[in-house]
Design a protein around this ligand. Structure first.
Ligand code: AMP
Length: 628
């Protein structure tokens, strides 16, 4: 057993003492009386009775020792601006936004939806919410009105904070207009909308509802809003994620457990210390952005870089130039970003001084060996693959150099992270499997501090979705296949469900199908994820038309394909747009009517579709093949 495995073992077998020690890394206004309440598993309450606050730990706590250290450095290659906020300045900005929210009547337990691009005000808004005990729900800027409306309805926010627009690769997206449309579709319109006007896209403020951020900011210039001390299990935020149904799940996170998990991970997984600089290229709309752009680095007393832009503008050296300029110590990115860079001038990897950088962490999707090797050799730095989910809030599997430097293996996110009792389980028998046997990757409850505590507003769905799929055992299913080898290195082998992963973005095929089915000409559809060299997977849709005669009309299918793509763009956002839509007269289904997705994927990827004894109409699969 190596040191990382021994550390993990202690976290499971000497759990209470282990987490008591880790919990000392955060400030507790009121000490907790119990490490864990597991009387209602799979619901777990960590650090019962303790009171703390995420904003205090991320900001106020550093005012004595690091007030003049940069806390947040914003770099935008989209609007060519930069701005640095020291911890003292961050404190002031966050207090001003907290006062703004307070003035709109936002208090503990109220929801605030944040629909914003990668600008500092988004971070201020998140921290301001947790400061006053309001629950934020950040919606990724790439999502369009229908997605947004669903989230508004589920979270029922009192206030929404947005910007006029965002920009990506020079293309402007009018956030405010998309939000207006979403609100018009929603059953729970917010009372107020606070708009950051960047001057990127003209909009009409709604009189009586919309408020200008800059005006309010001046009004609350010197405001100080006392921290609201929250019981450890009080919700901090809700972050929506896709599953197999059309309805996204609101992943609810606690306060104290999350603070401890992140503080601890900054040392043990990311091997960092206060004063370091951290660059995470994710987006605040994703879990990685929540944990490692905003909360983790700040709770760790580090400087975090908020980057608005793509990895290739003005050229493929932009990220490395940031590492050089800001002496970045730890970087976190996604395999897709690196695959994009592979297409760029390779000398850019050697052009900058990267001596400050200790390691590059990567997560969000499988890290293929060629990409891992290319970047490891190009940078001459350790590459640390880590595997996690929106639900867990921090890594489940990872190299953990802050504990010990154990060699990595290509294709493996190494070992379970302390606190996660990870098993590979046979989906039929529910038994634990041994080395080199493929099964469902599962976690024995309790989930550790920092992981989701429930689905927002739906405890029953939390239990049903995650803890009721393995026969005879109440364990958390990751819905990923996995195995561990004889040295106990873990490997991830793809999803067990209909969730796909496009460029690190998790998408439910069901949501895309529902959107395609909104097209007047479509009777039904199936969407699958097909392997893609750049993005890992892309969505491909197969649609059955109400009028099959259209298949014979010249140009009709091309027209329909582009109409459907536009529809998905408008409803869900461009990230969900299928790469291709093809038309067939029938979908391959079982006799009981279930679409044979794995067979469709196999055919699309040129593989053998396997056992087809249950197929209703074998010609359906041939149609799929021909349509490509
Ligand atoms: P999300 O909740 O959007 O972060 O997506 C989580 C899913 O992404 C996981 O269930 C995996 O399928 C996939 N994933 C995340 N990180 C990794 C990784 N390091 N290796 C392989 N798959 C990953």
């Amino acid at each position: 057993m190596n040191a990382v495995q021994a550390f993990h073992r202690r976290s499971i077998h000497d759990r209470d003492q282990f987490w008591r020690e880790e919990s000392a890394q955060v400030h507790w206004e009121t000490p907790f009386s119990q490490i864990l309440d597991e009387s209602k598993l799979p619901f777990a309450k960590w650090f019962v009775g303790g009171k703390t606050n995420l904003c205090f730990n991320a900001v106020d706590r550093w005012l004595d020792s690091r007030a003049d250290q940069p806390a947040l450095i914003w770099v935008s290659t989209e609007v060519n601006q930069e701005q640095t906020y020291t911890y003292r300045q961050l404190y002031q900005e966050v207090n001003a936004v907290a006062a703004m929210l307070r003035a709109q009547g936002v208090g503990q337990g109220d929801r605030v939806l944040i629909y914003m691009p990668m600008i500092p005000a988004a971070v201020f808004a998140m921290l301001a919410c947790v400061r006053i005990g309001a629950i934020h729900s950040v919606v990724f800027g790439g999502f369009a009105s229908v997605n947004l409306a669903q989230r508004i309805d589920d979270a029922a926010p009192k206030v929404i904070v947005c910007a006029d627009a965002g920009s990506r690769g020079g293309k402007v997206t009018p956030y405010k207009n998309l939000l207006d449309k979403a609100i018009s579709l929603s059953e729970h319109p917010p009372e107020k909308v606070i708009v950051v006007d960047r001057g990127l896209f003209a909009f009409e403020p709604v009189v009586g509802r919309d408020l200008d951020y800059a005006t309010l900011r001046t009004q609350f210039n010197d405001a100080i809003v006392p921290v609201t001390w929250l019981e450890s299990s009080a919700p901090s935020y809700v972050l929506y994620t896709s599953g197999t149904t059309g309805k996204p799940k609101g992943v609810q996170r606690d306060t104290g457990g999350y603070a401890v998990a992140l503080a601890s991970s900054m040392q043990r997984i990311f091997n960092g210390k206060p004063g370091d600089t951290f660059l995470c290229t994710s987006d605040i709309g994703w879990v990685v952005g929540h944990s490692y752009i905003v909360y983790g680095p700040l709770i760790g007393g580090q400087t975090t870089i908020l980057y608005e832009g793509t990895p290739v503008r003005p050229d493929g050296g932009i990220l490395w130039s940031l590492v050089e300029r800001f002496k970045v110590n730890t970087m976190f990115s996604a395999p897709t970003a690196i695959r994009v860079l592979k297409k760029q001038d390779e000398t850019l990897l050697k052009k900058y001084d990267l001596s400050s950088l200790r390691a590059l962490y990567m997560a969000g999707e499988p890290l293929d060996e060629p990409t891992a090797k290319w970047i490891a050799e190009g940078l001459g730095k350790p590459i640390i693959d880590n595997y996690w989910q929106t639900e867990t809030g921090w890594p489940i599997l990872a190299g953990q150099p802050g504990i010990a430097n154990v060699p990595t293996k290509f294709g493996s996110p190494s070992f379970p992270v302390y606190g996660f009792d990870v098993r590979v389980i046979d989906e039929q028998t529910g038994q634990d499997l041994g080395p080199n046997q493929k099964g469902v990757l599962a976690i024995v409850p309790p989930l550790p501090p920092g992981a989701m505590t429930t689905i927002w507003g739906d405890d029953a769905r939390f239990v049903d979705t995650y803890f009721s799929t393995i026969p005879g055992r109440q364990v958390y299913s990751t819905f990923d296949w996995g195995l561990f080898d004889e040295d106990r290195y873990f490997f991830i082998l793809g999803r067990t469900d209909d969730v796909i992963n496009v460029a690190g973005h998790r998408l439910g095929t069901r949501e895309i199908e529902e959107s395609i089915n909104c097209h007047a000409a479509v009777a039904e559809s199936a969407v699958v994820g097909i392997a893609d060299q750049l993005k890992g997977q892309v969505a491909v849709g197969f649609a059955v038309l109400k009028d099959p005669g259209l298949l014979d009309v010249a140009g009709a299918t091309q027209r329909l394909e582009s109409e459907i793509m536009k529809l998905v763009d408008e409803q869900l956002g461009a990230i969900a747009r299928p790469a291709r839509v093809r038309f067939v007269t029938t979908l391959p289904k079982t006799r009981s009517g279930k679409v044979l997705r794995r067979a469709i994927v196999a055919v699309c990827e040129g593989r053998d579709p396997g056992d087809l004894t249950t197929i209703e109409d074998p010609t359906a699969l041939e149609q799929i093949k021909d349509s490509l």
